[in-house]
Design a protein around this ligand. Structure first.
Ligand code: HEC
Ligand code: HEC
Length: 347
């Protein structure tokens, strides 16, 4: 009896040790880890790393910055406070973004994935360069509320950053250009292209009858805007959402001041859609079921509502379920569990 007990204890200890060994995060980054591989079937990226040569050290610096609340005024908020890795860098279950001092923003936090294929950023396309995009959250009073000059000042006081910048850029200069370039090396390599859908297309996985039917329906009804393989055609469209009068968000029209652009929003990618709920620029829908219900029966018709959504028409229960089954094949476990993107402060 006693012997059995000892064996059991030794056995459990081994299991615990093994699981520790498996979980121990290894934050090292090799040259191979930062190779930019364009997935098969993807177009040429729009962002060019030519003027921002990726290096393991640049990537490591960008990652450290992304996870560091020092970038916000009161050291409370980092990029990851809003962009969570497990949610493809969106914010799980928050309708509108939460910034410094608990301040609530006006838009839902989008995923960060396949950014180098975007020509513009934000739901209204208000930013057209991936490198300068972070200036927005960094300086926005309801997000991180800090000035670039003060961030640089703070980084220069930290030995760790002095060393990291030196490793990445081979001299002692720390400036906002380098800060932004390293962040771009980190976020630019967030590429999702290994979902079951991708494996199905390359013959490495199979689809159920339901998933196949969903893909067919998707191609007939949705891909006019959510174009494969990125699941966006980078255009701005009005997909028939009833405007929320409390937010008064007119989308693209805010940027162009053209009335015909009112209520148009950038078509979002649908990759990892299972993880990025809630949905739409204001996070109004919690479930994919609600989204399908919207396209099938609650389209609001106004001057800019897109023909491609009015054409969808009513979807049967089965059709909705099939489309959802297909959308779930866009979850990319390899991307979501990619160790390169894990918080380097996590042991
Ligand atoms: C307070 C929450 C919050 C913080 C902190 C934050 N973001 Fe965001 N981020 C958002 C929201 C909300 C949007 C979408 C805004 C919009 O559409 O107008 C966004 C958009 C983006 C986009 C563009 C996505 C797209 O598809 O257009 C990128 C890239 C991004 N953030 C990177 C960062 C980086 C890098 C940091 C840290 C320097 C950061 N964010 C900090 C909330 C946040
Ligand atoms: C006319 C173009 C168009 C068509 C057709 C269209 N969509 Fe969309 N879709 C959009 C736009 C634009 C948004 C973003 C709206 C917003 O942010 O308010 C969106 C948002 C979504 C979202 C939420 C994404 C997110 O991250 O919040 C899902 C899911 C979605 N669409 C699925 C579909 C499905 C399924 C179909 C086919 C039944 C479809 N769409 C047809 C333009 C379109």
């Amino acid at each position: 009896m006693k012997n059995k007990f000892i064996v059991l204890i030794i056995f459990s200890a081994c299991i615990i040790l093994l699981s520790f060994a498996n979980n121990a995060s290894d934050h090292s980054i090799s040259k191979k880890d930062i190779e930019l591989k364009i997935p098969k079937g993807f177009p040429k990226p729009i962002y060019d790393f030519k003027n921002n040569k990726i290096s393991p050290e640049g990537f490591i610096l960008g990652r450290k910055l992304f996870y560091d609340p020092i970038l916000s005024k009161d050291s409370s908020t980092s990029c990851q406070s809003c962009h969570q890795r497990v949610a493809a860098f969106a914010h799980i279950d928050h309708t509108l973004s939460h910034g410094i001092d608990g301040k609530i923003g006006t838009r839902n936090v989008p995923a960060i994935q396949n950014m180098i294929w975007k020509d513009t950023y934000m739901a209204d396309g208000g930013v057209n360069n991936m490198e300068v995009q972070p200036i927005n959250p960094l300086t926005n009073p309801i997000e991180m509320n800090e000035s670039l000059a003060h961030i640089i000042f703070k980084l220069k006081q930290k030995k760790e950053y002095v060393a990291l910048f030196k490793k990445a850029y081979k001299d002692t200069i720390i400036n906002s250009e380098r800060l932004l370039k390293s962040l771009a090396q980190f976020t630019g390599l967030m590429i999702s292209a290994n979902s079951r859908y991708d494996k199905y297309l390359s013959g490495k996985d199979t689809f159920s009858i339901q998933e196949k039917s969903g893909l067919q329906l998707f191609r007939a009804k949705c891909s006019g805007c959510h174009q494969e393989p990125l699941f966006t055609d980078n255009s701005y469209r009005n997909n028939g959402l009833m405007a929320d009068s409390s937010l008064n968000d007119i989308g693209r029209g805010r940027i162009t001041k053209i009335e015909g652009d009112n209520f148009k929003f950038k078509v979002p990618s649908l990759r990892n859609i299972e993880m990025t709920f809630p949905y739409m620029h204001d996070g109004r829908y919690r479930k994919l079921k609600d989204v399908l219900n919207h396209y099938s029966s609650t389209i609001s018709h106004n001057k800019t509502t897109d023909e491609d959504v009015t054409k969808i028409g009513s979807l049967s229960d089965k059709e909705r379920k099939d489309i959802i089954a297909f959308l779930l094949t866009l979850t990319d476990k390899e991307f979501l569990n990619d160790k390169r993107f894990v918080d380097p402060n996590r042991k």
